[in-house]
Design a protein around this ligand. Structure first.
Ligand SMILES: C[S@@+](CC[C@H](N)C(=O)[O-])C[C@H]1O[C@@H](n2cnc3c(N)ncnc32)[C@H](O)[C@@H]1O
Length: 185
């Protein structure tokens, strides 16, 4: 999908997409670096958009790993279905369904969750419940990596994970934060 098509689709659904520009390759690379995908088996992407980050995750993850990419927008999912990779499972449903989808696929926990969900425009309770669910599903030392354009919800991650690392990617429009939490308990 071209940038203009992404812009138009995002504008039509601004309340659920939360931006009109997709992540730059610099931001995708920053997320992949924080995700540390080398020895992973189960990876989850929340808010996959048209698959810009998905492609970077697939490139970096092991050949025997699986990637569950959640996206509620059907047009974006159609774009993602052009990615031909047997490791990718596109889920055209809400991130809240993650536990059910994982269980149905025979997995109980995950190594990494990379999220671009626009939590800044979500009700706080929904953000809380998705972040808590993510924390529960991660393995010990599993990583939760979230991109954001503001630090409005930073305390939610800090409170649930007990740790957070923040970095900034200025080569993105707009400049974006990458927040990384590690499951320690
Ligand atoms: C900021 S965009 C990120 C798109 C892409 N990952 C990127 O980095 O450019 C957020 C995406 O989350 C999706 N989204 C919003 N609420 C969602 C939900 N509850 N479950 C799954 N995806 C959701 C939107 O449709 C949108 O595509």
């Amino acid at each position: 999908m071209g940038r203009l098509a992404f812009f138009i689709e995002s504008l039509k659904n601004i309340k659920s997409v939360g931006t009109v520009t997709r992540s730059s390759r610099y931001l995708c690379q920053a997320v992949v670096k924080e995700a540390q995908l080398k020895n992973t088996r189960v990876i989850v992407e929340l808010g996959a958009g048209d698959g810009v980050m998905t492609r970077h995750l697939l490139k970096a993850m092991p050949q025997d790993a699986v990637l569950f990419s959640f996206e509620i927008n059907e047009v974006f999912c159609q774009q993602m279905s052009k990615i031909k990779d047997s490791r990718l499972r596109i889920i055209n449903d809400s991130a809240e369904k993650l536990p059910d989808i994982l269980e149905a696929a025979g997995f109980r926990s995950v190594d990494v969750i990379a999220s671009a969900l626009p939590f800044s425009v979500f009700p706080e309770q929904l953000t809380q419940s998705i972040v808590k669910m993510s924390h529960q599903l991660l393995k010990h030392n599993g990583r939760f990596v979230q991109i954001h354009y503001s630090l409005k919800t930073r305390n939610i991650y800090q409170n649930i994970f007990g740790n957070i690392k923040t970095s900034m990617e200025v080569r993105n429009i707009p400049p974006a934060f990458v927040l990384t939490c590690i499951k320690k308990d």
